[in-house]
Design a protein around this ligand. Structure first.
Ligand SMILES: C[S@@+](CC[C@H](N)C(=O)[O-])C[C@H]1O[C@@H](n2cnc3c(N)ncnc32)[C@H](O)[C@@H]1O
Length: 235
């Protein structure tokens, strides 16, 4: 499957740079402070930081945060918005670029929507697990399959009826309504079941699945393993 990261594009990056937390994004981020916890004195990695919105979110929670991304165009925007921030480019499958630090929290907001193939997703999760502190936590915010077949405050998919027949691993298209760039974003569909399998093969335990659509009390707590507990937040 040929998949291009649509965020490696100067115009899209410039358009994304103005995005804050409107509409559906409010829901996606709403429960994160409670899930992630207080950051004072702790280190966080923002994997797939884009233009730095999620990195600055971590900094505002008190974390010493490092933002990493594969897209130089998105990182250029992050550095312009936040010249004092720590933003680094990472190549795919490059563990060394993530550094040797043991992060208390690794956050990836919508990044895994853009990573094709289960083996690449799994190797990325393993890579993140290798730089996680012993009692650290990986928090993934990913798009649930429903987002690609409905209309939302912040997204439209009406031009892409073929999304309805997409299966896990297939490319799906969605248009962001909160940015000027009206070109479709290409994502890779991944079901909840497949994410759970990926956690298992990557040696991670899914501790705190959360569905923001149903509200902050909808979380079901899994076992509290001392290491590598990715929460999954969907909307
Ligand atoms: C939808 S944007 C989200 C940006 C940011 N987390 C936010 O919430 O505003 C997804 C980002 O993931 C990045 N990305 C995709 N694949 C990646 C990879 N393998 N490694 C690092 N970043 C990646 C893209 O370049 C893009 O900037």
């Amino acid at each position: 499957m040929e998949f291009n990261n649509v965020y490696q594009d100067r115009d899209r990056a410039a358009s994304y740079a103005g995005l804050q937390f409107p509409g559906t994004y409010y829901l996606a981020y709403r429960d994160l402070p409670e899930i992630i916890g207080e950051g004072m004195g702790k280190h966080a990695l923002d994997f797939g930081c884009g233009t730095g919105r999620s990195t600055r979110f971590l900094t505002d929670l008190g974390f010493a945060a490092v933002g990493v991304d594969i897209s130089p165009e998105m990182l250029d925007q992050a550095r312009q918005i936040d010249p004092d921030g720590d933003y680094r480019q990472v190549a795919d499958d490059d563990s060394a670029a993530l550094g040797v630090e043991a992060f208390d929290v690794i956050l990836a907001v919508f990044t895994f929507d853009n990573i094709p193939g289960s083996s690449r997703k799994a190797s990325t999760l393993e890579r993140l697990g290798s730089v996680l502190a012993d009692d650290g936590r990986i928090v993934l915010v990913v798009s649930a399959p429903e987002i690609y077949v409905n209309e939302w405050e912040s997204f439209t998919t009406s031009a892409y009826p073929e999304n309805r027949s997409a299966g896990s691993g297939d490319i799906v298209r969605i248009v962001m309504k909160d940015v000027d760039d009206g070109r479709a974003v290409e994502d890779v569909l991944c079901t909840d079941e497949d994410y759970r399998s990926l956690f298992a093969v990557s040696g991670l335990t899914c501790a705190t699945p959360c569905d923001p659509w149903a509200g902050p009390t909808s979380r079901s707590n899994g076992s509290a393993k001392p290491r590598s507990q990715p929460g999954r937040s969907t909307f």
